[in-house]
Every structure is written in C-alpha cells, then in structure tokens.
Design a protein around this ligand. Structure first.
Ligand code: 5AD
Ligand code: SF4
Length: 432
C-alpha cells in the first residue's frame, strides 16, 4: 500500500509551486499520496518562508505540534527558505526533525527522506530543480517557474541568500511544461519568478536568447492557453516593449503586481531598490494610460530603519496617487545575513504599527471606491471553485474575485458576467 504525505506550505507562490514539485517527486519515486490528516501521515513536511521573522517562529511551533500528533514512526522534514537559512540548526533545535531540504534543493527530496539527519541546502545552480513530473494543485491553472533565485540585493531581503543567484530556465522547458499542462486541461498559466521581467539574462547555455516579452509572446501562441498571469515583476525592468505587450496581448490578464516598498526616494536608495518615487509613479501612469481597467497591486514595507515621519508621508502620497487595488503591507523585520540587519537607526514598534494602520485604513477607502466602480460592468470570468453555499467563484480578466449563483458545469469555463454588487474585496454577478 502507498504511504501518506502531509505537507503544509507557508509563504509565496514560489513556495506553493515547490510544494507541487515535492509532491510530484515523492509520488513518482517514493509512492506517496497526499493526505489532509496529520495523524495518518507517514511523512510530514513543512515548506517554510523566511522573508519575515514571524513565519520562522511559526515553523518551530508547528514542528512541536507535528511531534505531538504524528503517528508512531512518521518522519518529519523541513523544506523551503527557512531550511536554506537555518540548515542544520533546525535539527539542533528540534532533534526529532529527520531532514532539511532548502528552497534550491527540492530535486533531492526523494533521497533526503531516506536518511535521517540529511541536510541539503546548497544554493548553487542546480539545473535539475526544474524538471519534474507534473503534479498540480489546480485543474485549471498551471504555475510554472521561469527563473530561480534573485540577482538584486535589496538590503532588507533574505531571498538572495535562500534561493540563490538568479538563473533563467530555458524557454523550451517552460513551453514544454505549459503544453503538458494544457493537454491535461489547464487554461491559465501563471509564470513565476522573483523578478519575472528580468527573464533571459541568465541562461546557463549562452546560445539561448530570449526575454520576458518574447516569452509572453511564445506562451500566448500555445493553443489552449487562454490566460497568462505572472508574478513578480520588478519596477526597474518595466520597459516600453514589455508594457506594450502587457497592454495589447489579449491573453495576458490585466492585473499587475508592482512592488513599491517605499514611496520615498531616500528610503528606496537605502533599500537599494534602484528607482525613485517619480520613476515609480511614471511607470504606474504609463500602464494606467495604456491599459483600461488595469488592476495594480503592490508590496509596502513600513518602518524601514531611519524612515522619518516625513519620508513615510511619501509612501502615503504614492498610495493616494496610484490608488492600488491591493496592498500587501509589512512592518520591516530585520533578517539575518541582510545588509539592513546591522542598521542601528531602527524604528520603534509603536511608530511602525501606527504607520501600518494608516496604510491599511487609507487602502480600505481606495478599495471600496475601486470595487464599487465595477458594478454595472461586464467581465469575462474564469470559474474555478464551487462553494458549499451553492455559489460558484471565479476571477475576472483583471483578477478580481467574482461570485455568481451557478452549478458545476461552469467550472473551467470563461463566461461573460454582469456585475450587480460588490463588497470591499469581491464582486457578485449574473450570467448574461
Ligand atoms: N521585512 C518586511 N517585509 C519584507 N519583505 C521582504 N523582506 C522583508 C523584511 N525584511 C516583503 C517585501 C517583499 C515581500 C515579498 O515581502 O515587501 O516584496
Ligand atoms: Fe528580495 Fe529585492 Fe530580490 Fe525581491 S527583488 S526577492 S525584494 S532582493
């Protein structure tokens, strides 16, 4: 009989995709199937995130729970970014952990589970990390890595240390993966990387030539691909060619994540983001002018070391000018092995909390206005989930969550929907 795997995923979309890779590997080579019931699992894995301190603390509390609830003989493993950055220290602190496999070493998972005490956390280039069998969580959406690692050195960020140097995955591998997923019924492709629009700079085979715009064009030529999404692009690499393709290619979802981090040019310089407040605003203006109904989302960090009240006001000013559709906001959290870790001009927690609340409250006002402006519009909605209350949920072309009364046969369909009402975070509609 096959063995059972329980896997918990924290963090970003890259981690979710790594989880799919882990499941695929363990299924193909070790005969594991997944379970949602921790107590019946033969193998328990937590795929972690290190970007802020809180998920790291969560790791150890989760591990304690796993130890308590696991059935006799079940193994416990730690994967992902925290595995990369803490390595063997995880086993020192929690000796019942059987193995540790870093974010760049997922291809080693099959072997790692066999030997107690295995620690695989090398962040050097590993070509094998992106050729896997094709397990996917969603029937309709295929997440595909297009690059691994990050070539930036934002001073607050631990990712370059956990996911390693940036490499671009050859287009033929990406396109092959997408074709396979489409043959199995996927209609939406989600291209993933730390800096997707830097794609093409780091092929290990120097004869390969491509860039992000070219990749988008190639993906959209695949029959059966109906929607293309991507995350995260970096504001620095939004050249005219890319914006033009984003605006004009009907298969590309009109939703874009443009991580601001701070609205103040001096803070941005200290973060080593490479752009100014004005430059960021210009990019957003250009995209809004070229793409009607575009949805712009962002990431903001408040309380970066040295951020004065006046400098923080620039972040508020950018939020007021752009009116983001969604903001992922964070209090700065000092991370090990980052340049900002040693900065001494830290901001007290009370001030950071006050700033965070200000961002959240302002954003809520914008969100209410923006969502209300959708009522009366007709949107193409891709339905993917049936809710227990008889509603069916999907996403519009600019990636807003839409609910309608409907039944199973709408799953996997893209349908015209008239929007009749809204909440702050979702829309309700009727089929036309
Ligand atoms: N503190 C707070 N937020 C951070 N992020 C990355 N590193 C930190 C940190 N040290 C946020 C950034 C990034 C998002 C994924 O997480 O906003 O875009
Ligand atoms: Fe971190 Fe900056 Fe790279 Fe994003 S671009 S992963 S914030 S170093």
């Amino acid at each position: 009989m096959g063995k059972k795997l329980f896997i918990e995923t924290l963090g970003c979309q890259m981690n979710s995709r790594d989880t799919e890779h882990i499941i695929a590997e363990l299924n193909t080579h070790n005969n594991y199937t997944t379970t949602d019931i921790l107590e019946e699992a033969d193998l328990i894995i937590i795929n972690t995130c290190s970007v802020r301190e809180r998920p790291v603390a969560k790791l150890f509390s989760e591990l304690g729970q796993f130890k308590k609830l696991r059935k006799a003989g079940a193994k416990i493993g730690v994967c992902g970014c925290t595995a990369s950055h803490l390595g063997r220290d995880i086993i020192k602190r929690a000796p019942y952990v059987d193995f540790v496999v870093g974010a760049r070493n997922v291809s080693k998972i099959s072997k790692a589970i066999e030997t107690k005490g295995t620690v695989e956390i090398d962040i050097n280039h590993d070509e094998t990390t992106y050729e896997f069998s094709d397990y996917r969580n969603s029937l309709y959406r295929a997440s595909v890595n297009i690059s691994l690692g990050c070539d930036k050195s934002c001073t607050y960020c631990i990712v370059p240390a956990t996911r390693g140097e940036e490499i671009s995955i050859p287009p033929q591998i990406i396109l092959g993966e997408i074709k396979k997923a489409v043959d199995k019924g996927a209609k939406e492709v989600f291209l993933l990387g730390q800096n997707v629009n830097n794609y093409g700079k780091y092929f290990s085979d120097k004869n390969i030539k491509s860039n992000f715009t070219k990749l988008l064009q190639d993906v959209s030529k695949i029959d059966g691909v109906e929607r293309i999404r991507f995350t995260s692009p970096h504001p620095l690499h939004m050249d005219d060619e890319f914006i033009q393709e984003f605006a004009s290619n009907p298969k590309i979802c009109k939703s874009i994540h443009i991580p601001l981090q701070s609205g103040n040019t001096k803070v941005l310089k200290e973060m080593k983001r490479g752009y100014t407040k004005e430059w960021f605003l210009k990019i957003c203006d250009r995209i809004k002018a070229m793409v009607p109904d575009v949805r712009i989302t962002t990431d903001i960090i408040v309380g970066f070391p040295g951020e004065s009240d006046k400098e923080f006001e620039d972040t508020i000013d950018v939020i007021n000018k752009v009116k983001f559709d969604q903001i992922f906001n964070f209090k700065y959290s000092a991370r090990p092995n980052t340049q900002a870790e040693t900065m001494t001009n830290t901001i007290d927690d009370e001030t950071a909390t006050k700033r965070l609340t200000q961002v959240i409250e302002l954003h809520k006002l914008h969100q209410s206005e923006l969502m209300a402006s959708n009522v009366g519009k007709t949107m193409k909605v891709f339905f993917e989930d049936l809710k227990p209350n008889g509603e069916i949920m999907g996403f519009s072309d600019n990636y807003i969550q839409v609910f309608i009364k409907g039944s199973e046969e709408l799953l996997g369909q893209i349908v015209d929907v008239k929007i009749v009402s809204n909440s702050r975070t979702s829309l309700k509609g009727e089929i036309i």
